[in-house]
Design a protein around this ligand. Structure first.
Ligand SMILES: C[S@@+](CC[C@H](N)C(=O)[O-])C[C@H]1O[C@@H](n2cnc3c(N)ncnc32)[C@H](O)[C@@H]1O
Length: 255
């Protein structure tokens, strides 16, 4: 892929797989091509490591955070399970949405929750909505501990944001998919690794070893799940694609 922006001529030239094309710089297609490249540059610059939510660092692209807020609002879950807590910003973010809509609580799982993060999460105003479980997200006793905290009639949404290698995400999908309610989702985040393999901080193996690959393989073996981007709840544009680090992340339970 090669891009040449000419703001004066208002054109974008791009070369892809031997094909050369010139398009309107202000078109939908140009926006998508430039956004794709912007995501790669931003990831290399650690853009997603610059945000916080209600006092805690949240390692997410704001568009991904806003999009999952739409999903939470639509699904109205009783329980959100998140694997991968880190500093706790995403847990606090999901808890704040639950608090605002008056429904839902959060279970956060992480292999290691550092003391200062644990303290900040457990003393936060939204702590009453959050349960922390420390251990590997795929350890049987951890999966069991999560399951014990959920009642059979509760609406459950699962967000996988821990170890992003394909084999681990696959094991998480196997371990948690049965908890997902019909109409809700299990979300394998950070699949943009597949596009980040060639950036300076990237890794060539990420072309195949990534969460999107796990989600796609999982969906093939589980027809009760559909891999699709959730419909936007508001759109007065011609755009249709999330600008995202979570491509192919959303697996919707159909039945
Ligand atoms: C990308 S960070 C999570 C970011 C957080 N969700 C946020 O949005 O701010 C990944 C976390 O996964 C955790 N992790 C890595 N391997 C894990 C495993 N096997 N089980 C559970 N958590 C794991 C790491 O300790 C780290 O805190």
């Amino acid at each position: 892929m090669k891009l040449l922006i000419d703001p004066e001529a208002k054109t974008l030239m791009y070369w892809h797989e031997g094909k050369e094309e010139q398009i309107d710089l202000y078109s939908k297609k140009a926006f998508e091509l430039l956004s794709h490249q912007w995501l790669k540059v931003g990831w290399n610059q650690k853009h997603v490591y610059t945000f916080s939510w209600l006092g805690r660092p949240i390692i997410q692209l704001p568009e991904d955070a806003l999009r999952i807020q739409e999903v939470i609002y639509k699904v109205q879950p009783d329980v959100i399970i998140e694997t991968g807590v880190a500093h706790g910003g995403s847990l606090i973010y999901y808890a704040s949405i639950c608090h605002a809509i008056g429904r839902g609580r959060i279970i956060g799982v992480d292999i290691e929750i550092r003391e200062h993060n644990k303290k900040a999460i457990t003393t936060h105003k939204l702590a009453p909505l959050i349960t922390l479980i420390e251990g590997s997200s795929v350890a049987p006793e951890v999966v069991m501990a999560v399951k014990h905290r959920i009642k059979s009639d509760e609406t459950v949404l699962v967000i996988l944001d821990s170890n992003h290698v394909k084999s681990h995400v696959m094991r998480e999908l196997q371990a948690y998919h049965s908890l997902v309610s019909i109409g809700s989702y299990i979300v394998a985040t950070d699949g943009s690794m597949k596009d980040l393999y060639d950036v300076p901080r990237g890794n060539p193996d990420w072309q195949w070893d990534n969460p999107t690959a796990a989600a796609t393989e999982f969906a093939k073996g589980h027809p009760e799940f559909l891999q699709e981007q959730p419909a936007w709840l508001f759109n007065e544009s011609e755009l249709s694609e999330n600008i995202t680090h979570w491509p192919g992340a959303y697996l919707k339970r159909l039945r």
